[in-house]
Design a protein around this ligand. Structure first.
Ligand code: ADP
Ligand code: MG
Length: 705
């Protein structure tokens, strides 16, 4: 619950209040340069980016460091304590050039101790008897506590587990930062409130000065929560505004061809040429794409579906819609292999007849390339599939209306902009982005909030979800080998995946070799067992894969190298040793190697029954559900691929914890941009300023640079 009486002034530390009875906001105070004692400390403020008082106040504590009690301190340990000064005095040091030490007796409710401050004689005056202090330093039993950082505090004494801990650096400790923040605390009331009051009221958020204050000087737990929530909201709102404005700017600069005509070609294709009927998810994806293409706002849709979910059919539909309007379509993939695969799929799905299509990659021979480029610019060629080669300078399209970008996260902003620029004069193509990596909703919103989303969760007909079991006991292991032998005798094949040994590929290769030997002599005696690991020579690797693919080997003992491309529909069992060493998404990908044929498949995960990850895999076949669980279990930072997806990193907000807050921020951002796209209304003026401060020109610049 957020306290409604939240206001900035009464959150100041008491001694600051006494100094500053009434203050009117003077934003200039935040702009004043931050000055600290000592050259080294001054340099440290620069390296932390704390140039002004405003910077300092926005430098928020990362967490709360648990303070220790005096009685608990162990000799030699570095610790933080919250204490009160009992007595304090300076003691001269006989060595020349040394400033006197300051020695004090301090205490919390568990007892007193001696503390020593070095080189700061003025502390005798600054910290009189009765002053409450946060001290950070080293406890040396006999000599007391050597203070490294200190600040006054209003924290309750002893064991208060709430001492603000700031991102610090050499030359400026967290406690010194705390002291600085306290010195400038009264400037908190100058912190600008960027939110229109309607948003603040409807979200029942404390004002920003109060939230900043609460984050530095919490008086109670709910302060901290309410303050954190408010600061997280600001961050998420600004990020969503930046994303939505980026998308609007694209709309503003160019329109896309309106494709709302008859479905002559696509209808015939769906009815007569496609060898299967669409899944419900594919059908819905087509409908969404139809709506997008029928508008002059360029489509910006992200199609997410795991490998095999049938994205290519959906992409091809969008491309054919362009063709039947007399426009061209292009599909860009990150590698030549993928481009070739797509080209082959498209040829087979269209019978190679319906449209004229070409393949353009880096290794397209010069003559062929010249021919393709000519036909693209004349409009003779309707469809092109290729790599980055498609967006290079000499490529020009007569009438490009739809572009599909596969594995879109592997292309940069500039490459996507280059594709945009391939549209007809003053027009932008519709773009369909695709990814095979399931991204949880919150991360997708945070990272790709400028796109619309479509998910293909349903497996194409004929595919059966893999049954997955966790095996922990010896009996279950014995039973697992029984099942494997049954499958092998029935003519099927099996994978045995060895434990992941991250430290050493050599060790992992050895373990796989030993396991293959063990199985040949033991549980799988009499069956043909092949071995595949990363240390084999390429020829040996290919030999093993070929033997397994041809059915000559019935079992493939392998390390996780089988994650990459092996397609053996006859393989129906997978056994994973020490499965708990693998991540959820890795196991899910491994498991994708089976369940590709007509027969029911079985995945046996050896590992502890209480492993949340293994249990999740046993319970869910859907990669999206698993990605959500993975995110929940591991948190945002740990999620595989988060970085490579270029997702925003937040200072305060945490996903998925703040997922609901993100949805709310998103809704507000959509409404704000709908009503006042350029943020020109007076009530949005400060918001526009905050947006520019956080995202700079990027929030305004058109993507077509
Ligand atoms: P993705 O690109 O998502 O990995 P593809 O589009 O390549 O998946 O489809 C994988 C395979 O499934 C292809 O052989 C494709 O022809 C087939 N397929 C796609 N949609 C269906 C469907 N609705 N019913 C049956 N098979 C389908
Ligand atoms: Mg594909």
């Amino acid at each position: 619950m957020v306290p409604t009486q939240f206001a900035s002034s009464h959150r100041l530390p008491p001694h600051e209040l006494a100094e500053a009875p009434v203050r009117y906001p003077r934003p200039s105070r935040l702009a004043e340069p931050l000055k600290v004692e000592g050259q080294k400390a001054q340099q440290a403020t620069t390296s932390l980016g704390l140039l002004s008082i405003g910077d300092l106040l926005e430098h928020l504590p990362r967490d709360r460091r648990e303070a220790r009690t005096v009685a608990d301190l162990r000799p030699g340990e570095n610790a933080t304590v919250v204490v009160e000064v009992r007595s304090i005095a300076s003691r001269s040091v006989r060595r020349r050039g040394m400033r006197p030490l300051v020695e004090a007796t301090v205490a919390d409710e568990t007892g007193p101790m001696k503390v020593t401050f070095f080189n700061q004689p003025w502390l005798v005056q600054r910290y009189p008897r009765g002053t409450r202090l946060v001290l950070h330093g080293k406890f040396e039993a006999r000599n007391g506590f050597r203070v490294q950082g200190h600040a006054t505090t209003s924290e309750p004494l002893a064991g208060a587990d709430a001492v603000a801990h700031y991102p610090a650096t050499e030359g400026l400790s967290s406690t010194q930062i705390l002291a600085l923040v306290r010195r400038h605390a009264s400037a908190v009331s100058d912190v600008v409130e960027p939110l229109p009051s309607s948003v603040r009221v409807s979200e029942r958020l404390p004002d920003r000065p109060a939230a900043v204050s609460a984050s530095h000087f919490p008086q109670a737990e709910h302060d901290l929560d309410g303050g954190r929530r408010r600061l997280a909201f600001d961050e998420l709102l600004l990020a969503q505004l930046a994303l939505l404005r980026r998308r609007r700017t694209r709309h503003e600069n160019a329109t896309a061809p309106v494709l709302d005509g008859e479905r002559e070609l696509t209808e015939r294709w769906l009815r007569d040429l496609l060898p299967f009927s669409l899944t419900g998810d594919q059908q819905r994806a087509l409908e969404a794409i139809d709506r997008d293409l029928a508008s002059s706002l360029p489509m910006q849709r992200l199609l997410m579906g795991e490998v095999g979910s049938g994205k290519t059919v959906v992409a091809l539909y969008a491309l054919l819609r362009a063709v039947e309007h007399g426009f061209q379509g292009a599909l860009m993939a990150p590698t030549e292999t993928l481009a070739e695969q797509h080209f082959a799929t498209i040829q087979s799905l269209t019978g190679g007849e319906v449209v004229s299509a070409g393949l353009l990659t880096g290794s397209t021979p010069v003559a062929r390339r010249r021919d393709l480029l000519g036909k693209l610019s004349s409009g003779e060629l309707s469809l092109i599939v290729g790599t980055h080669a498609l967006i290079e300078e000499p490529v020009s399209f007569a009438r490009l209306a739809v572009a599909v970008v596969d594995e879109q996260h592997r292309f940069g902003v500039r490459q996507r902009a280059a594709l945009d620029a391939k549209g007809p004069p003053h027009q932008t193509p519709h773009i369909l982005h695709m990814t095979a990596t399931p991204i949880p909703r919150t991360l997708a919103l945070a990272g790709y909030g400028d796109l619309d989303f479509t998910l293909l969760r349903e497996l194409p007909r004929g595919r059966k979800p893999v049954q997955t079991f966790v095996c922990s006991t010896e009996r279950e292991r014995a039973r697992a080998y029984d099942r494997i032998r049954e499958e092998l005798r029935a003519g099927r094949q099996a994978f045995v995946v060895c434990p992941l040994i991250e430290e050493s590929e050599a060790l992992q290769a050895r373990a796989a070799t030993v396991e293959a030997e063990r199985l040949r002599a033991g549980e799988l005696r009499g069956f043909e067992v092949a071995l595949l690991h990363g240390q084999l020579a390429p020829a040996a690797k290919q030999g093993a894969m070929a033997a397994f693919a041809a059915g000559a080997a019935q079992v493939l003992v392998a390390t996780s190298v089988i994650e990459v491309g092996i397609d053996v529909p006859n393989a129906t069992v997978m056994l994973v040793e020490d499965a708990d060493r693998y991540g959820i998404s890795q196991l899910h990908q491994l498991r994708g190697r089976i369940g590709r044929g007509a027969h029911r498949s079985l995945c046996l995960l050896f590992g502890p029954k209480d492993s949340s990850r293994l249990r999740a895999l046993a319970a869910h076949a859907d990669g999206f559900a698993l990605a959500e669980i993975d995110l929940r279990l591991r948190g945002e930072g740990e999620l595989v691929g988060t970085r490579q997806h270029g997702l925003a990193q937040f200072r305060v907000a945490e996903l998925p914890r703040d997922g609901e807050l993100l949805e709310r921020a998103r809704a507000h951002a959509e409404r704000i941009v709908d009503e006042d796209q350029r943020l020109e209304a007076p009530e949005n003026a400060l918001l526009a300023q905050a947006l520019a401060a956080a995202y700079g020109a990027e929030a305004r610049a058109p993507i077509r640079a």
